[in-house]
Design a binder for this molecule. Structure first.
Ligand SMILES: Cc1ncc(COP(=O)(O)O)c(C=O)c1O
Length: 454
């Protein structure tokens, strides 16, 4: 076994990390995570850390689930790889497709597999264009997305996303994608009732459609709750109005459920939580508890029937589309969720408990808002609660809190000046208490550091 120092040196020399500032990594060093069990991860020094982010929103069933590990081993022994090109297929991809159709909202009979959420977003761009061509409406090519959305980091995914600093690298977005505002009430809705703000934010879609000409618009895409953008929970009025607008102008609705899929909001899919009926649902991450790369698109029958009836090859797919081991683990994960009633447990027990406990943080002087939905939570960090004044940017308050939190044994993530959590769905009440207690101690600790330096 290599020592921690050796590992860190090799890491610095050879490994270009995703979404990382490599000069900063070299200066500050890295934390090596070497093991996971239940809702906890352990670093190379054996420190136990509560994983408040489920890895990257994906380890929904916790670490070390025997059923998932056994399913992977069995499938590796039986058929570790085969593809679904050229009229071939294999049992895990078929069984999973049928199981996904069972847990998906009605009207989703088919699935297209990818290896990630980013690839699934790219798949949607290609599928939408193909669909509208088949419909004899080739002018319908524009996809409307939102600012501060995250849809992955491939060229298509990042173009759909709405993060200007990220898009500036590589001259994105690609043509044919336009962005409207986001339903971020805390930041943008001051003085308005949330429902009024929600209608106003959704109304931007209608204005954009009319400005572009409805006959040129292919679809609207949105995350039911923006995750990477900072757990932006839309007002209740938002999604029904988006649905109405899509229906009125005949444009397709795409829900990117890479985070909200598979129980995160206490329903199988976030679309069900918000009572919307998308035409395409993008998934990845928790489909197999995050244990192996797998993503895809649940294809609603309006599009799926047209693709099949239209005939002709859809020139799209990946060597590892529907990898048998990744699919076998997904089958095991979905079966565990069904057998243990995990979605119902989140809805009826853990999410309400989490919401009540998370809300107690709202009283903390550093917190301008504590919000949650299902097992997603966010804290807006402010210098002054009454005026919602933010801290000076150079204080990097979000990052400071994130680092302190990890020191105190809890993974939280920061997005600008907010802290977010998305714990595993199997978290217990006692562990929710631990999470909230550590979050409070983080705020206390950073609060007293600020006072010392004032
Ligand atoms: C909503 C959403 N879409 C797409 C992606 C990209 O998924 P992946 O990292 O698997 O490519 C993410 C990742 O966090 C996401 O949150």
């Amino acid at each position: 076994m290599r020592s921690l120092l050796e590992l860190q040196a090799l890491d610095r020399q050879h490994y270009l990390h995703p979404f990382s500032d490599h000069r900063l990594i070299a200066e500050r060093g890295t934390r090596v995570i070497s093991r996971g069990e239940g809702v906890y991860i352990y670093d190379s020094e054996g420190r136990q850390i509560l994983d408040g982010m489920s890895g990257l929103w994906c380890v929904s069933l916790g670490y070390g689930r025997r059923e998932l590990i056994d399913a992977a081993r069995r499938q590796l022994e039986t058929l570790p790889y085969y593809n679904s090109f050229f009229q071939c297929t294999h049992p895990p991809a078929i069984e999973l497709a049928a199981l996904l159709a069972e847990v998906a909202p009605p009207g989703f009979s088919r699935v297209f597999y990818t290896n990630s959420g980013s690839e699934a977003n790219d798949t949607v761009i290609r599928m939408l264009r193909h669909y509208w061509d088949l419909q004899g409406q080739p002018a319908r090519k524009i996809i409307i997305s939102r600012r501060n959305a995250y849809h992955g980091s491939t060229i298509g995914g990042m173009s759909l996303g709405g993060m200007p600093a990220q898009q500036a690298q590589g001259d994105l977005p690609i043509p044919g994608i336009v962005h409207i505002g986001q339903p971020y009430c805390f930041e943008l809705g001051a003085g308005l009732h949330p429902d009024e703000f929600g209608l106003r934010a959704a109304g931007e879609l209608e204005q954009q459609i009319l400005a572009l000409g409805p006959e040129r618009v292919a679809a609207f895409i949105g995350e039911p709750v923006q995750g990477a953008g900072g757990v932006i929970i839309p007002p209740d009025s938002y999604w029904p109005e988006i649905q109405r607008i899509c229906d009125q102008y005949g444009i397709l609705l795409v829900a990117d459920e890479v985070i909200t899929g598979f129980g995160r909001l206490g329903e199988w899919f976030g679309s069900q939580y918000y009572d919307i009926e998308p035409d395409l649902v993008i998934f990845a991450k928790a489909v197999n508890g995050g244990y192996l790369p797998l993503g895809g698109v649940l294809v609603g029958d309006r599009v799926g029937d047209a693709l099949v009836a239209g005939g002709g090859e859809f020139f799209h797919g990946f060597t590892q589309s529907g990898n048998p081991v990744a699919c076998a683990v997904a089958i095991a994960a979905l079966q565990v969720m069904q057998a243990e009633g995990i979605v119902e447990r989140v809805r009826e027990r853990i999410a309400p408990y989490f919401a009540a406990r998370w809300q107690t943080l709202a009283a903390h002087p550093l917190v301008g808002e504590a919000r949650s939905v299902g097992l997603l939570g966010a804290l807006e960090l402010v210098a002054d609660q009454a005026s919602r004044r933010r801290f000076p940017a150079e204080l990097r308050i979000g990052e400071t809190c994130r680092d302190t939190s990890i020191e105190l044994g809890l993974v939280m993530r920061h997005v600008r000046d907010s802290l977010i959590v998305a714990p595993p769905l199997v978290i217990t009440e006692a562990q929710v208490d631990e999470l909230v207690d550590k979050a409070r101690r983080t705020l206390d600790s950073v609060g007293s550091q600020l006072q010392r330096h004032a």
